[in-house]
Write a protein that binds this ligand. Structure first.
Ligand SMILES: Nc1ncnc2c1ncn2[C@@H]1O[C@H](COP(=O)(O)OP(=O)(O)O)[C@@H](O)[C@H]1O
Ligand SMILES: [Mg+2]
Length: 732
C-alpha cells in the first residue's frame, strides 16, 4: 500500500505542468472541492434534482453505496479531476466505478450554463447496450429520480433521455454518432469512457477523437475507466494523465482446471453446476456461455436436471443474461436466491447463465462459484476475402482472470475452468486483441470521413489497424459511391452516414426510391436490424417450422422477412397472432420502432416513400434489385460442382440451413457470412445475373475479375446486353 501511494504521487507530479493545470482550474471555477460542499451527500432532505423529499428507498441504497470501495477515494478523485483535464481510473469490477463516479462528478461540477434553459451533461459510455440500460436504471433509482428524466440512456434506436437529463449513459457507438453533428461534443462537460479495457471499435475511435476535442475545449474533462488495463499504455497515450487505482474488495478465488480437455463444454458446464449444487455450501453460480441460443438451451437443461433430483437438493432460480433479453428479464440477475422449499430445508441457489456481459459490464453480487468454459463469441475479420463474422473463440488470459474474479466479490469463491492448465498457459493469448484489429472498418471510415478526418493514416489510433483493412474499407466505400476516387466524402456518402447502419444497408435505403420500393426496403432493413423473429421452441419444432414455411417467399429470405412484417401489420400487431405463428412479438415491435426511425431519417433527406403496385409483376423484382444496389458485393454464384463461390473473393459457401429457399438459384445475394464448422451464408435471396451488370457494372467490371465460372457467365451477360443495345439501335 505504501509503495502504491508513493507511485500515485509521482504520477501526479508528471502532469503538474503549471501552465496547463493553472488554465484548467481557472476555467473550472465552478468545481467544488470534493464533497465538502455537502450538496448531495445525503445529508439534505430534499432531492436537489426534482425538489421532492427523498424516499426511504433512497436512504436504504445510500448506505449500500457508501460501502463501495470508490467511496473511500471520493475526495481524492474529485481533487484529481479538478486539477487535470484527463484522468484514468482503474478499479476491480464491482468497486462502484460505473454507478458512483458519474454521481460524484455531478455533485462537484456545475451543470448550469449562462443560457438557463440549456444544461450541460455528463456522458458515461458503455460498450454494451444492456449495460447502458441496466446501469442507468440503477443510477436513477440511486438518485431517486425517474429514468429518462435527470438520468437517461441512449442506445441505437432508443433514446431514453430528455431536456432535463444531466447524466446520460450511452453506448460508445452513440457518442461517436453524436460527434458527427456536434464535433466538439459541446453539450458535455465531462465525458467518462467506461470499460476502456474492452477496447471496442467505437471506444478506440473515441480515444483518438477526444484527444483532439480536449485540445479545443479546455473546459471539457475526460475520465477513462477500466477494470484491468495496460495502465502505462493508456497513460502514454493520454500524455501522462494521472492514474488512480481503486483497491478492489477481492476475496481469494480457488481455481480448478479439468485434467483432460472437455469434448463438449456445454455438457461439462451443466455437469459441474449439478455437482456444485449437490455438494458445495450456499452461494450463487455464474456460468459463461457464448450466446442466446446456447444460453436458453442450457437454462432448460439445468432446470430439467435439477428438477429431476427432487427434494434431494435445494430449489434453484436459473436466470439467463444476454444482450437481446428484454430489460425486465435482465433485472432478474439482481434478485436474491430462492428460499428453501420448506422450513429447515436445503438452501436455494441462483444460477446465472450469461455471455461476456457478466465479465465486467454488470456486477452480480452473491456469486461464489464461476464456471468458465473458456469461450466467447468474438468478431473476426479477414480483409483478404472481406469476411467479417462472429466466431466462438477461446478467450484471453485477461478474460479468464476477470471471470474468475467474479467468484470472489462477497466471500472466498471457486472458479472451475473447463480446460486444462496446460491449455490455459499455452493456448490462451494474454490480452484480447482490440476490436479495431479484427473488424471490417467500412462503417468506421465513413464516420471518420464525416467527422472531417481525412488523413486516416495519421489519425492517432492507440493501435493502428492494418493498412490492408483501411484500404479495403476505402475501396468498399468507393464502390458504394460514398467516397470519390480521391477518397473524399460524396453527397451520397454524406446521406449514407446519417443512417446508423452498415454502409451497404444505408446505400440500399438511399437508392430505394429509384427502384420504387422504399417502403418495402425500409421494412426489410428494419427486420434485418433486429434479432431473428422466428421462435423455435424445442418442444414444438415441427409446428414452428411449418409456421415459418407459411411466410416463406419463393425468391428468398429477405422477402420472407417482408412477408412476416406485412402479416404482423395486417393482423394489427396482435400478440396472440404472434404467439400462434411462432413470431417473437418483442422483435416485431423493435422492428417497427427501427422502421419509424429510419422513416424519419429518410424524410429529413427528402427521400421519397414509395411502393410499386402490389399486383405488378415488378413488385418483388424491384425490391430484389434495390437489395442488390446495396449488397452487390455480397453475392455468391452456384458453380457446376453444386456449391456456391462468393463473387470475386471465391470462397466456398453453403446456404444456411435456416433459409426458406427450396431451390439453389444461380446467383444469390446474402446478408451475412457465418463461420462455423462450414462457411454459411445466411438470409439469402435469388437475384438475376443480368441485374448485376445493370445495377453495379463498376463492381462487375470484368477487367479486374478473377478467372472463374462466374466471370464467364458475366461475360456472356455483357455480350447479350451489347447485342440488345445493337438491336435496339438498328430498329430505330
Ligand atoms: N440494477 C442493479 N440492481 C442492484 N444492484 C446493482 C445494480 N446495478 C449495479 N448494482 C450494484 O452496484 C455495485 C457497483 O457496481 P458498478 O458501479 O457497476 O461497479 P463497477 O463499474 O466498478 O464494476 C455492485 O455491487 C452491483 O452489484
Ligand atoms: Mg462498470
Amino acid at each position: 500500500m505504501g509503495t502504491e501511494r508513493k507511485r500515485k504521487v509521482s504520477l501526479f507530479d508528471v502532469v503538474a505542468d503549471p501552465s496547463v493545470s493553472g488554465k484548467i482550474s481557472k476555467t473550472n471555477g465552478a468545481m467544488a472541492t470534493g464533497s465538502s460542499n455537502g450538496k448531495n451527500d445525503g445529508s439534505s432532505l430534499v432531492n436537489r434534482w426534482n425538489g421532492r423529499p427523498y424516499s426511504a428507498r433512497y436512504y436504504e441504497i445510500l448506505e449500500k453505496r457508501k460501502s463501495l470501495p470508490v467511496w473511500q477515494q471520493k475526495d481524492e478523485f474529485l481533487q484529481t479531476l479538478k486539477k487535470n483535464q484527463t484522468l484514468i481510473l482503474v478499479g476491480e469490477t464491482g468497486s462502484g466505478k460505473t454507478t458512483q463516479i458519474p454521481q460524484f462528478v455531478l455533485e462537484a461540477v456545475d451543470m448550469e450554463t449562462p443560457d438557463k434553459r440549456k444544461k450541460m451533461m455528463i456522458a458515461c459510455t458503455q460498450p454494451r447496450r444492456v449495460a447502458a440500460m441496466s446501469v442507468s436504471r440503477r443510477v436513477a433509482e440511486e438518485m431517486d429520480v425517474t429514468i429518462g428524466e435527470e438520468v437517461g440512456y441512449s442506445i441505437r434506436f432508443e433514446d431514453c433521455s430528455s431536456a432535463r437529463t444531466v447524466l446520460k449513459y450511452l453506448t460508445d457507438g452513440m457518442l461517436l454518432r453524436e460527434a458527427m453533428t456536434d464535433p466538439l461534443l459541446e453539450r458535455y462537460k465531462v465525458i467518462i469512457l467506461d470499460e476502456a479495457h474492452e477496447r471496442t471499435l467505437a471506444t478506440d475511435v473515441l480515444f483518438g477523437l477526444l484527444k483532439e476535442v480536449l485540445k479545443n475545449r479546455p473546459d471539457l474533462k475526460l475520465v477513462v475507466m477500466s477494470a484491468t488495463l495496460e495502465a502505462e499504455k493508456f497513460q502514454n497515450y493520454f500524455y501522462g494523465a494521472p492514474l488512480m487505482k481503486v483497491p478492489g474488495r477481492l476475496h481469494p478465488v480457488e481455481v480448478f482446471y479439468t485434467s483432460e480437455p472437455e469434448r463438449d463444454y456445454l455438457e461439462a458446464a451443466i455437469r459441474t453446476i449439478v455437482q456444485i449444487h449437490m455438494l458445495e455450501p450456499p452461494g450463487d453460480i455464474l456460468v459463461f456461455l457464448t450466446g442466446e441460443e446456447e444460453i436458453e438451451d442450457a437454462c432448460r437443461k439445468i432446470n430439467k436436471e435439477i428438477g429431476n433430483m427432487g427434494n434431494q437438493v435445494g430449489p434453484v432460480k436459473v436466470v439467463p443474461l444476454y444482450s437481446s433479453l428484454p430489460p425486465a428479464m435482465q433485472q432478474k440477475i439482481f434478485e436474491p436466491a430462492p428460499p428453501p422449499s420448506e422450513e429447515g430445508g436445503r438452501p436455494g441457489r441462483k444460477i446465472v447463465v450469461a455471455t461476456n456481459i457478466a465479465e465486467t459490464s454488470l456486477t452480480i453480487d452473491g456469486i461464489v462459484y464461476v464456471i468458465d468454459p473458456g469461450f466467447a463469441k468474438q468478431k473476426v475479420y479477414n480483409p483478404r476475402v472481406r469476411v467479417e463474422s462472429l466466431l466462438v473463440s477461446p478467450i484471453s488470459k485477461a478474460s479468464a482472470h476477470q471471470r474468475a474474479g467474479r467468484a470472489g466479490r462477497t466471500q472466498p469463491g471457486k472458479c472451475f475452468r473447463l480446460y486444462t492448465e496446460r491449455s490455459f498457459s499455452n493456448d490462451l493469448v494474454n490480452q484480447t486483441y482490440p476490436e479495431i484489429l479484427r473488424s471490417n472498418l467500412a462503417n468506421t471510415v465513413l464516420t471518420l470521413k464525416k467527422l472531417g478526418i481525412d488523413d486516416l493514416v495519421h489519425f492517432d489510433f492507440m493501435d493502428p489497424p492494418a493498412p490492408e483493412t483501411l484500404m479495403r474499407a476505402l475501396e468498399v466505400l468507393n464502390y458504394l459511391g460514398a467516397l470519390d476516387d480521391d477518397g473524399n466524402l460524396t453527397k451520397m456518402g454524406e446521406i449514407m452516414s446519417e443512417f446508423p447502419l452498415d454502409p451497404q444497408m444505408s446505400k440500399m435505403l438511399v437508392v430505394s426510391p429509384e427502384f420504387n420500393c422504399s417502403n418495402e426496403i425500409l421494412s426489410v432493413s428494419a427486420m434485418l436490424s433486429v434479432p431473428n423473429c422466428f421462435v423455435r421452441p424445442r418442444e414444438a419444432q415441427k409446428a414452428a417450422d411449418e409456421a415459418k414455411a407459411r411466410f416463406g417467399h419463393i425468391d428468398g429470405d429477405h422477402l420472407t422477412l417482408l412477408n412476416v412484417y406485412h402479416a404482423y401489420k395486417q393482423n394489427s400487431e396482435d400478440p396472440t397472432w404472434c404467439y400462434e405463428n411462432f413470431i417473437n412479438q418483442r422483435t416485431m415491435k423493435a422492428a417497427d420502432n427501427v422502421r419509424q426511425q429510419l422513416v424519419r431519417i429518410m424524410a429529413r433527406y427528402n427521400l421519397k416513400l414509395c411502393s410499386t403496385d402490389f399486383n405488378s409483376r415488378d413488385y418483388y423484382v424491384n425490391i430484389r434489385k434495390a437489395l442488390l444496389a446495396g449488397y452487390f458485393m455480397q453475392v455468391a454464384h452456384l458453380e457446376k460442382t453444386g456449391h456456391y463461390l462468393t463473387v470475386k473473393d471465391n470462397q466456398v459457401v453453403h446456404l444456411h440451413p435456416s433459409t426458406c429457399l427450396d431451390h439453389k438459384p444461380e446467383w444469390v445475394i446474402y446478408n451475412e457470412y457465418v463461420l462455423t464448422s462450414r462457411n454459411f451464408i445466411r438470409t439469402v435471396t435469388d437475384v438475376r445475373g443480368e441485374w448485376l451488370v445493370d445495377v453495379a457494372p463498376h463492381y462487375y467490371d470484368l477487367e479486374n475479375f478473377p478467372q472463374c465460372e462466374a466471370k464467364r457467365v458475366l461475360e456472356r451477360l455483357y455480350k447479350k446486353r451489347e447485342r440488345e443495345k445493337e438491336d435496339s439501335k438498328n430498329r430505330r
